[in-house]
Design a protein around this ligand. Structure first.
Ligand SMILES: [Zn+2]
Length: 248
């Protein structure tokens, strides 16, 4: 068998954000990914149905979950938030709230003010339970950051960070994490150059963007090439970042 760069970092890669509940055979997907060196997978909910699936799948070995109501599901009725809190408390492999935030682009989007209301309630739950938050922000970054600052959220991860390098530097300066997806661009390259490895994590957002969590190797390799360090170093540091962030 040919030894690839991926084989060399076996057992130390982390996919900080994917959606295992959207796969037909999630347990098999996890097994394949762990066989290829992805040792830690954070699967994210975002809707009532997604959260139920995520809650169950977080029980798998190597897997942890975050649950919450994403901006596209912000029409969920208020009663759901009590249920959400009970679900978070009732499974110690649910390690944060996510993906939550604001999105100006989702189709059939809930009214902008409703998204704010829903986001705010979940920040309050996270504060109360002393849990980190995984953020989904599209074209409303200033508002999202404003609310996070106002609520004094200590542990924040921006999933699929889409801002520019100046915004990246500001968020990193607050001690927050930026998650890099498998989507290369000039802007993303500048972000990776701009911020320290200690503020970076890697994700596939599979099956939405990457095909499976195993694709996280591509992101690790991309970062390694830009920062001119070894993929092992990127894998180890980003895994350490994720573990520290979620307290795993
Ligand atoms: Zn996602």
């Amino acid at each position: 068998m040919v030894r690839t760069r991926q084989d060399m970092i076996r057992g130390s890669m982390t996919d900080a954000h994917c959606h295992l509940d959207l796969f037909d055979a999630p347990a098999k997907i996890v097994e394949e990914a762990t066989g290829r060196g992805v040792d830690l997978i954070i699967t994210a909910g975002g809707s009532g149905k997604g959260n139920a699936g995520t809650w169950n799948l977080s029980r798998l070995p190597h897997v942890y979950g975050v649950i919450g109501i994403d901006p596209g599901s912000a029409n969920e009725d208020d009663g759901y938030f009590d249920e959400l809190e009970i679900m978070v408390k009732g499974n110690d492999k649910i390690v944060g709230l996510g993906e939550i935030g604001l999105d100006a682009t989702v189709e059939n989007s809930a009214a902008a003010y409703r998204q704010v209301e829903v986001f705010e309630r979940q920040l309050e739950i996270a504060r109360r339970l002393e849990m980190p938050v995984v953020i989904h922000s599209r074209k409303r970054l200033d508002e999202v950051v404003g609310m996070l600052v106002e609520k004094r959220m200590p542990r924040v991860m921006f999933h699929f960070f889409e801002g520019d390098e100046k915004e990246a530097a500001e968020l990193a300066g607050r001690g927050w994490l930026l998650s890099i997806p498998p989507a290369e661009s000039g802007k993303r390259k500048r972000i990776i150059n701009e911020i320290e490895l200690s503020n970076i994590v890697t994700e596939t957002d599979s099956p939405v963007v990457g095909k499976t969590p195993a694709d996280v190797f591509q992101v690790i390799d991309y970062i390694a090439r830009i920062k001119n360090v070894s993929p092992v170093e990127v894998a180890e540091q980003t895994t350490k970042n994720v573990k520290g962030f979620f307290g795993i």
